[in-house]
Design a protein around this ligand. Structure first.
Ligand code: ZN
Length: 232
């Protein structure tokens, strides 16, 4: 796998769900790009003025990406908390897929996770659905969004597989035990989101060890889980 693209709704989504997995990919020599659909300007808990929040969270996400070996971070600038499944969103994600030409795309599940409702933020499900529609059929169909080819010279591109986080039907776990420190370092870069949680490490490690147990990994291991979908 040469290139992977991670498409997530908010700055910090990739780090909570997948930073360990991304770190294993970059360690193996895969080039990873992050495409963050909103600037997360509706998030945060402090008195930061709202117009400062977007730029701050972009900077936090770039720092967190660096902790996992990712230098390429794009922001689409859609409104946080008000994301809708539109043709504009599909085209924006299709454009990035054709620019990056990844073999693998990581996103969030479009399905609601009834056991962990917090994972199914509407922006997450919308991003997952728009990303799947961009992977199939938009990005691979030269006649979909013809302006991408005519005006920008972006040829059709077929993504081979999609990894969906926060899925009610996860079918694959990645052992990220060795990447625990990098994941925690990435999460701590999101100061506006995580600095108020003194037990962040405890609860993130708790999820990952539960996931490892669910997939029968040996005692003491940590894992992140995905619904892997083959799209060719
Ligand atoms: Zn989110």
């Amino acid at each position: 796998m040469e290139r992977a693209l991670c498409v997530l709704a908010h700055p910090d989504d990739v780090d909570f769900g997948s930073a360990g997995t991304v770190a294993t990919w970059t360690a193996a020599g895969t080039e990873v790009t992050y495409c963050i659909v909103t600037d997360g300007d509706a998030g945060g808990f402090d008195e930061t003025p709202r117009d400062r929040m977007g730029p701050l969270r972009q900077a936090e996400q770039r720092a967190a990406a660096a902790e996992c070996g990712v230098a390429d971070v794009l922001f689409l600038g859609h409104p946080d908390g008000r994301l809708e499944l539109t043709l504009d969103l599909r085209r924006d994600i299709s454009r990035v897929i054709r620019q990056v030409r990844p073999q693998r795309v990581l996103s969030t599940s479009p399905e609601r996770f009834w056991d962990r409702i917090g994972a199914s933020h509407p922006d997450h499900m919308t991003t997952g659905e728009a990303t799947l529609r961009a992977v199939y059929p938009d990005a691979r169909n030269p006649f979909a969004f013809p302006e991408l080819l005519a005006d920008e010279g972006l040829e059709a591109w077929t993504v081979s597989e999609v990894w969906l986080g926060a899925s009610p039907q996860a079918n694959h776990a990645v052992d990220v035990t060795e990447m625990r420190d990098r994941k925690m370092a990435a999460l701590r870069c999101h100061v506006t989101q995580t600095s108020h949680s003194p037990d962040l490490e405890q609860f993130v490690t708790g999820w990952m060890s539960q996931t490892a147990r669910r997939f029968d990994l040996p005692e003491g291991r940590l894992a992140e889980a995905f619904h892997v979908v083959h799209t060719m």
